[in-house]
Design a binder for this molecule. Structure first.
Ligand SMILES: Cc1cc2nc3c(=O)[nH]c(=O)nc-3n(C[C@H](O)[C@H](O)[C@H](O)COP(=O)(O)OP(=O)(O)OC[C@H]3O[C@@H](n4cnc5c(N)ncnc54)[C@H](O)[C@@H]3O)c2cc1C
Length: 411
């Protein structure tokens, strides 16, 4: 490729965590890389902002467990290169009804992968977390030392800084509106809403909740990636008990399987507050969001009251932050070629369904390898192909329940 300022080997569209991790990977492989972001870099209007996303390997699908372990290594390598930390290790605890299929499935998978987990009955939970957490009599919990918290905005910034260091070009306030094939010279041309034009040999689309819209405007094809608006809530720990839930002690990140699915982290970003949220959201247009989905928090408040032994003020959240998921029908990612006239020159990374952040380093590697070589090492991509929705509109067949709940839009 010539050295014109508007010509690149790889153009990555979308500067969230997936696009930033991909740009780092392509730049690291010596490719002249351009990352285009429609808003300001590090904005809060997508999915990759905030202070605490969890990393855990307890998945009922073993392909995710493998990806989490590889990512954990890659997070540490990136941190070493950057010279600062974005990932704090903690233990992790899953809990739910003893007969729940998800808990049983990932317990079996963890044991098969020689990944040490400890099954705890209610009295063992009470003992381990001495007066801080309790589960009902007919529940079990699964405890593992492997878990942690990643700081999202700082992690996006880290991959962008590493990509820059490797020679990538980052441009923000560049909304891509179309991609076309370059018939004569080969490769692709990317057009922005402001009239800019960039040529690339290859392109990766990591547009988060905008993926469906962007792909539709490029190809007319409807990808089943549905934006959902969701929120995270922080709750005040009662005075004198703050240290019991603070990061750096033995309190774990946690997930409670059931209706609804609830998750949380030890107290980290706001001293004296602890994050506890429901894994659900309401359908939205990413360009016309309701901002802060009106949500009935009664079941969450009841859950907090029951699990945290009255040590949290669950009358009202102390803070609320809004964010978007991009959901596929089976909650599996889309990592594939766009195909059609673009063949293998354009790759899509989307549909991360509210659980992709922890795997961003490996997803960046996969997307970079796919676009540069046509295949990705050590990953079975059949779970992530777009074509699975042609065979079955619900995608991959699962033996366990969906994790994310859909709620009515307040609008
Ligand atoms: C509340 C919440 C909690 C979560 N917790 C966890 C967790 O604990 N653990 C975990 O693993 N995952 C978690 N996730 C999921 C994780 O955050 C997402 O999977 C991940 O951030 C998706 O990143 P992305 O890069 O695909 O999307 P985004 O971060 O949205 O990035 C896409 C980017 O593309 C840009 N863009 C879109 N269209 C265009 C265009 N036309 N031109 C240029 N730029 C464009 C957007 O502006 C955006 O910056 C959570 C998500 C939310 C919302």
């Amino acid at each position: 490729m010539s050295s014109s300022t508007n010509e690149f080997d790889v153009i990555v569209i979308g500067g969230g965590i997936m696009g930033s991790a991909t740009a780092y990977q392509t730049a690291k492989r010596g490719c002249r890389t351009l990352l285009l972001e429609q808003f300001d870099l590090l904005h809060h209007r997508g999915s990759s902002h905030g202070e605490s996303h969890t990393i855990h390997a307890t998945y009922p699908e073993d392909y995710y467990t493998d990806m989490v372990f590889e990512s954990s290594k890659l997070w540490r390598e990136a941190e070493a290169e950057a010279g600062y930390r974005v990932y704090t290790s903690t233990p992790h605890l899953d809990m739910g009804p003893a007969n729940g299929v998800n808990l049983q499935a990932f317990k079996a998978i963890c044991q098969r992968n020689s990944f040490p987990v400890e099954a705890l009955n209610p009295s063992a939970v009470a003992k381990k977390f001495s007066g801080r957490l309790s589960i009902p009599e007919d529940w079990i919990a699964v405890y593992t030392e492997f878990g942690g918290i990643i700081k999202p905005t700082k992690a996006v910034s880290m991959f962008q800084a590493l990509a820059l260091q490797r020679g990538a070009v980052l441009k923000d306030n560049m909304a891509v509106k179309d991609i076309k094939r370059e018939e004569v010279r080969g490769g692709i041309v990317v057009y922005t809403a402001m009239g800019d034009k960039f040529r690339g040999r290859k392109c990766v689309v990591t547009a988060g909740a905008w993926t469906k819209k962007l792909v539709h405007s490029i190809t007319g094809h409807e990808l089943p990636i549905q934006p959902l608006e969701t929120a995270v809530w922080h709750w005040r720990i009662k005075e004198g008990h703050e240290e019991k839930y603070a990061i750096g002690g033995d309190f774990p990140t946690f997930a409670s399987y059931g209706q609804p699915y609830i998750y949380g982290t030890p107290s980290l970003e706001f001293p004296g507050l602890i994050k506890i949220a429901v894994h659900c959201g309401c359908l939205c247009d990413p360009d016309k969001r309701p901002w802060l989905p009106g949500r009935d928090l009664d079941s969450l408040k009841e859950w907090i009251g029951g699990r945290f032994l009255g040590l949290l003020d669950c009358s009202t959240p102390a803070s609320t932050q809004s964010c978007m998921y991009s959901m596929t029908p089976d909650e599996d990612f889309v990592l594939d070629f766009l195909g059609g006239e673009f063949k293998e020159d354009v790759v899509i990374g989307g549909g991360f369904s509210g659980h992709g952040f922890k795997m961003a380093p490996v997803i960046g590697r996969i997307l970079a390898e796919l676009v540069l070589t046509g295949s990705a090492d050590g990953v079975e991509l059949k779970h992530f192909r777009i074509g699975r929705f042609d065979e079955n509109p619900k995608g991959n067949v699962k033996e366990f329940a969906d994790q994310v709940g859909f709620i009515e839009s307040p609008n």
